[in-house]
Design a protein around this ligand. Sequence first.
Ligand code: PNS
Length: 166
Amino acid sequence: MEVRGLAVYPGSFDPITNGHLDIIQRCLSVFPRVIVAIVENPEKAPLFSTEERRAIIQALFTEEPRVQVETFRGLLVDFVRQVGAQVIVRGLRAMTDFEYEFQMALMNRRLCPDIETVFLMAGESYSYVSSRLIKEIFRYGGDVAGLVPPIVLEYLDRKRRAGDLG
Ligand code: PNS
């Protein structure tokens, strides 16, 4: 298989978890460069603004020139084309991810047949970690240390102090 230069790893990253970081590291062992593409999801109400999500991820990769952080609106395939990439990377944690991912990959292929979706398996210690559960556990006072990077804990604490956790 020809491994081309640039991969796009899209997601909501609300917030980024250690599972996402695991996928980004795996991505760098296959592709020379990766764009972490944060979706600006107007229909969802994310806990963290697009700018907060971007600031968190950028802070995590200041020392890693192979990782670029961008935000996008609209169709993912349009963004991928616009940046000149040919590959979308998605992480798979368990079989439960498969149906949704399969549907998106085939739909993206139909929209843009030149773009390939590549799946990377998350490390098994992250198989149960999701941004949704992190937010829920934190909101109810549970401990999420070790599941997200320390900067996310700081941002979560800030939300709690501002009374923004709901
Ligand atoms: O982290 P998520 O929420 O699972 O990521 C989902 C994401 C951002 C990859 C998906 O919602 C997406 O691609 N959104 C952009 C709009 C789009 O292209 N939709 C059609 C997908 S087939």
